[in-house]
Design a protein around this ligand. Sequence first.
Ligand SMILES: Nc1nc2c(ncn2[C@@H]2O[C@H](COP(=O)(O)OP(=O)(O)OP(=O)(O)O)[C@@H](O)[C@H]2O)c(=O)[nH]1
Ligand SMILES: [Mg+2]
Length: 211
Amino acid sequence: MTAKPSLLIIGNSNVGKSSITRLLLPSPKKFKGKVGKQPGSTLMIKSIEFPQMPYKIVDLPGFGYMNSSSRRREEHIKKQLVIHIEKHHDEYFFSLVVLNFLRIEDELKKYHLESDTTIPLTFELIKFLKEFEIPLLVILNKIDKVSVFDKKRIISLLINSAMDYGLNLVQLFDKKVRNYEEIPYLEFSAIKRTNLDKLKRAINLSFQKVG
Ligand SMILES: Nc1nc2c(ncn2[C@@H]2O[C@H](COP(=O)(O)OP(=O)(O)OP(=O)(O)O)[C@@H](O)[C@H]2O)c(=O)[nH]1
Ligand SMILES: [Mg+2]
């Protein structure tokens, strides 16, 4: 491989993708990030590259919530993400599926617990990345905003729901030997930098496998 491999950062709008991207850069000050969501339906996918960084980062624009974008546009954005990944999956050595901790419960309620015909987007995304054999880490971001009690409850709910879709979520670095079928997750806070060391370690381990 001549070009640098890429790290994919994917998730809904406002979950903290750009904040996490910033934490991974050698000189975050040079990174302007994306200023808000463009109301247009064109999806800008652009990678971030630094000479000191052995990989590129693709911080995908978030596909949003119904109130901020129309359903049709959202479908359009999703379709473009799918096309992008289908076309570029070879370039990705690792992906971070970022979730906003505060929204997990609502998503599961709406699309899993109270509906038999839908699949939560998070699980759809995980299955999709797995299909293309892109290793992934689920980041449960904004952990600073929940109590220890809620944290445990929501994580259990997430793990149990994922199981219903054949997805086996396990805490990152919980076990020595990791089965390919297991999907690691990491409690995280971009604001407090909680578990940033673990995140970097996971990325580096994955990078070493391709480098
Ligand atoms: N409390 C808390 N807030 C966070 C955390 N991470 C990000 N935020 C805030 O969440 C908001 C959205 O963060 P971004 O990094 O812009 O989110 P994004 O996923 O890149 O959003 P889009 O580009 O619109 O898809 C900002 O106000 C951040 O400061 C976190 O760990 N804890
Ligand atoms: Mg962003």
